[in-house]
Design a protein around this ligand. Sequence first.
Ligand code: C2E
Ligand code: MG
Ligand code: MG
Ligand code: MG
Length: 288
Amino acid sequence: ELEVMLKRHLELGRRIVTEPAAHIFVGEADLRRAVERDEFVIHFQPQIEIKTGDVVGVEALVRWQHPDFGLVFPDDFIGMAERLGLIDDLGWIVMRRALADISRFSAKAGRNLSLAINFSSYSLQDARFPNELFALMAEYGIQPATIIIEVTETGLVQKLASSLDVFARLRMRGVQLSIDDFGTGYSMLKQLRLVPATELKIDRSFVQGMINDDHDRILVQKTIEIGHELGMRVVAEGVETNQQLAFLGSRKCEIAQGYFFSRPIPPDELMRWLGLDSTRREQEATAH
Ligand code: C2E
Ligand code: MG
Ligand code: MG
Ligand code: MG
């Protein structure tokens, strides 16, 4: 019984409307077929250096273009893909697509953009992971330092012992490693110290709470400090307002990502976005 209830997401023009609890049931056969036939599309969300306002990279976020239900978001199928053992195949589908696109994004931006990709901690336990990644990077002519592998704090801690060797081999080649959704897991600082991560990503729940909630604000501040003390750069996700951005900048957080700049968008839309100047970008982002 591996059916899950999906929320139905409809994309109306550039406004994304979430229809709550339209009771759609997607079974495992559906997801297997999706992986076989590659029914996925990749959206990209820009990452901005707060100090300069420059775009410095993009995060790839997968969506399932379901033939009947339309665009299905990852929270509604990643868990099932992990249970069905499809998550490795899905991970490489996303990686291939993103590697194929990143060069033209960089050309458009006039600088080398980094490419952040989310991987399940299951995939990172596999000793073959680094060599498969190095082979793909060579095939697409992408430098290792361009790639940032994101893994959630929770997944990381659960699989820490069995992933450390993979992490070490990735880092030796210069691939970057990011701890996603930081603050929502149960990590101890002692464990955190063992991870050769280059980046900490503050979960968007804290970023969104920090203006009005003292606890969230302290958490954000302390996370930035811990990240810096451990030699990592800090990324804030879910930045939606100028006020949030200003606070993060005042606390020396390096990178921001969120609807304030852009939602995750299809590759062609990102190309257009990269061609806009920063004033136009802000106007468009705040217009919806
Ligand atoms: P994540 O990696 O933490 O990605 C951030 C999520 O926050 C994305 O949701 C993004 O669309 C959303 N977001 C970004 N900025 C804002 C904002 O300003 N406000 C709000 N409210 N939300 C914002 P999305 O795309 O639905 O992805 C959800 C999660 O699914 C991701 O969280 C990631 O953990 C996972 N995921 C996405 N793509 C992949 C993939 O290719 N492989 C794996 N294994 N997991 C993926
Ligand atoms: Mg992520
Ligand atoms: Mg996150
Ligand atoms: Mg998340």
